[in-house]
Design a binder for this molecule. Sequence first.
Ligand SMILES: C[S@@+](CC[C@H](N)C(=O)[O-])C[C@H]1O[C@@H](n2cnc3c(N)ncnc32)[C@H](O)[C@@H]1O
Length: 224
Amino acid sequence: MCILDVGTGYGFFTIELAKREPNLKIVGVDICQNDVVNARKNVEKCNLGGCIEVVEMDATAMSFPDENFDMVVNFLGLEDIHMTRGKSGVEKTFSEVNRILKPDGYFCFTVMPPEEMETEAQKIEVVLFSYICNARWLSAMEYEAMFERTKFKLIEKKNYYTGKKLTAAQARSEIRFACENVPKIYGINTRSLDEVWTKYGKEIEENGLGHYSKVVLMIAQKVS
Ligand SMILES: C[S@@+](CC[C@H](N)C(=O)[O-])C[C@H]1O[C@@H](n2cnc3c(N)ncnc32)[C@H](O)[C@@H]1O
């Protein structure tokens, strides 16, 4: 079985897949050269070079031939594709995924639709990153509409509560990382750490900051 991981980052999800299913052939793609270099190092460290290949590529314009993969996965990367390529880029990614999937192939991804956020810490997580760098979290309905337009049918939607929450000190360092690195990685301007902390620091001190605390898995199948 041949799987593509779009927005593979440092390759963590790809590596977990390969560890569980050693017979898979997995290709991870990412637009960021630095992430690709780190993903390759991580793959080598885990001795998984034989089954994982990591390639620098934009998910909205992939160079793979049609009907090449059995399954395409994405772990919390669509929001980043939204940052680099906008909402139309996310839809273009869906079209590309459809093109390179074999007939009846599956597209499985996890996202954080804002309407699913329940606790204060989760809600701050979503508004905070929108404030820092204009990140946008699409609703589950927006993804479902994209499925229709790009010829997928939704097979399953499942919520996972990780409950992961950062303390104020951890949140501050996570925000500092985003403020320093988003401009370097994506060329997108961000607010300063001080601006962000002035606006949200008190709320974070009171509630903590959700950190991928609730994710939604969507599984769609290519419609022939
Ligand atoms: C949150 S990280 C993904 C984490 C990763 N899936 C994991 O399992 O650890 C999102 C990734 O999407 C990548 N990305 C953003 N825009 C992209 C695009 N247009 N095409 C491919 N990758 C993109 C970023 O460079 C970043 O590495």
